[in-house]
Ligand binder design. Structure first.
Ligand code: 13P
Ligand code: SF4
Length: 354
């Protein structure tokens, strides 16, 4: 970008932006007027610059409320975000989420510039396994199809047959089991055990799994679920599929973030507990103000690494992006990983059998 001076919002423009943010529910989340004013100055600048440089901002539902409501163009779970990015007319994708999500966007949109404003936004599941680990696992269990959770690096996806997300894992694994007695599922141990239980498969024999864990969902305590039920009679308890089977066996619904929001929308109960990252509860509170959300959540440090300041910094440097925040995937790896991601689209949307 040229070195021309960046416009600043007038007091009236800041006030109008504060109104817009309040209307989108930020006022109800406990932000003070001073904080809302600071946020409004940043979102005004980001939205102006975003249009100027032709960037689009997808945001995962665990992102900070000011990112989701203030600057994102679309939001959702990992599956929806992967699909929403395809075919974008924007020149740049500023991905507000974690590295594996931005990499998936790059794999599917190789000719776009993809940026991750918080370079350190990784994921404990993604970091639990390498491409060499997958090659060893395949050598130990030759001929088994490998289903890989989307929370993995491009190199890992490139070694696998089909990607799954929390939104479609049951459906895709059922299709794999229709043709194979045994499969490999990596890297989330807890999700693997939940899937094996739901599909009536034996872990270790019919389903070979890996011991990756999500540092957020692995730490919820199953005992508390019973306690909460006593404290809040009638509460509907929903848990993400990355939680332990001891916990998921006690709740009313298990699934991904998109499934959880759809369950709340389609259920008449007054109170809900969303056992997952805190961002989903914040989003649910703004989307369903008439419902009560009992807090039991944890923050994901990777998801919360993205701030408005870092998004603005990324946009300001879009012509000379830092190597850390620009997503690069070698083309051979990207092509192989893309094959696994496209296989997911086919199987999840009934375009192929297995
Ligand atoms: P969803 O695809 O369900 O949004 O999950 C992503 C994730 O990282 C959960 O921890
Ligand atoms: Fe990864 Fe867990 Fe954070 Fe999701 S919540 S990005 S699985 S560490």
């Amino acid at each position: 970008m040229s070195a021309k001076k960046e416009p600043a919002p007038s007091p009236e423009e800041v006030a109008a932006e504060m109104d817009r943010l309040s209307g989108r529910g930020l006022g109800d989340l406990g932000y003070s007027d001073e904080e809302l004013e600071r946020i409004a100055g940043l979102t005004w600048r980001i939205n102006r610059l975003k249009r100027e440089v032709q960037a689009v901002i997808p945001a995962h539902v665990y992102q900070r409320a000011e990112v989701l409501h203030g600057v994102s163009d679309y939001s959702g779970d990992s599956y929806k975000l992967a699909k929403d990015c395809v075919g974008t007319k924007a020149k740049h994708i500023i991905f507000c989420g974690v590295r594996f999500m931005a990499e998936t966007a790059k794999i599917l949109n190789p000719d776009k510039d993809v940026h991750l404003p918080a370079a350190e936004a990784g994921c404990s599941l993604s970091e639990s396994i390498t491409a060499a680990d997958v090659r060893k696992l395949k050598a130990k269990h030759p001929g088994l199809p490998v289903a890989v959770y989307i929370n993995t690096s491009a190199e890992v996806k490139a070694e696998c047959d089909v990607v799954v997300t929390s939104a479609n894992a049951v459906k895709i694994l059922k299709k794999l089991y229709a043709k194979h007695e045994r499969i490999i599922f990596i890297p989330d141990e807890m999700m693997g055990k939940n899937l094996a239980r739901d599909l009536g498969k034996k872990v270790g024999t019919e389903m070979v799994i890996w011991e990756g864990r999500c540092i957020v969902h692995d730490n919820f305590d199953a005992e508390s679920v019973n306690l909460y039920r006593k404290m809040y009679p009638g509460v509907k308890i929903l848990a993400h599929a990355e939680c332990s089977p001891s916990l998921t066996s006690l709740v009313d619904m298990v699934g991904g973030t998109g499934d959880m929001m759809r369950f709340v929308e389609g259920t008449k109960a007054r109170s809900y507990m969303l056992v997952t990252e805190c961002g989903l509860g914040d989003l649910a509170r703004t989307r369903f103000p008439e419902k009560l959300f009992v807090p039991m959540c944890r923050l994901c440090p990777y998801m919360k690494a993205t701030t408005l300041e870092r998004i603005l910094e990324c946009l300001r440097g879009i012509d000379k992006p830092s190597a850390a925040t620009r997503i690069m995937v070698p083309s051979e790896t990207a092509q192989r990983a893309r094959h696994s991601v496209e296989r997911m689209f086919e199987l999840a949307e009934d375009k192929a059998q297995s």
